[in-house]
Design a protein around this ligand. Structure first.
Ligand SMILES: [Ca+2]
Length: 129
């Protein structure tokens, strides 16, 4: 994704890659040379904003996915969240969150189901079963 851009989910987002490392789905920034090559002809780091699950975006899931270099809003002031779940059922399986800024996953509502999912950090809020 390009710098400071993101996705708004109002419905279901299903991202299902395959198990092998090279067959995973990668959400990352255009500046990440590790995936997709050097597409911006620069070696600087940049971040996309976030994936926001609006309320009732149920049946969403990530499986065999990497989520990298997210979390930074374009105004620099809005909350820094790579994944923002608002009262939605979102499942994570075999997901790694890497090099994100701010919250990896920010939850308003029930905790997401997490299976074999690795974080550098997690700060769920109002996450109650
Ligand atoms: Ca680059």
């Amino acid at each position: 994704m390009t710098k400071h851009k993101g996705l708004e989910v109002k419905g279901s987002l299903v991202a299902e890659g395959l198990d092998l490392n090279e067959d995973k789905i990668v959400f990352t920034s255009i500046c990440d040379d590790e995936y997709g090559g050097d597409t911006d002809n620069a070696s600087t780091t940049c971040y996309w904003n976030r994936i926001h699950f609006a309320p009732s975006s149920d049946s969403s899931f990530f499986k065999n996915v990497k989520i990298r270099y997210g979390g930074v809003p374009d105004d620099g002031i809005s909350p820094w969240r790579t994944i923002w779940i608002e009262n939605s059922e979102v499942k994570f399986e075999n997901v790694s969150l890497e090099n994100n800024s701010g919250y990896d996953i920010y939850v308003e509502g029930n905790c997401p189901q997490l299976i074999n999912t690795t974080f550098e950090k997690i700060y769920p809020l109002e996450c109650s079963p």
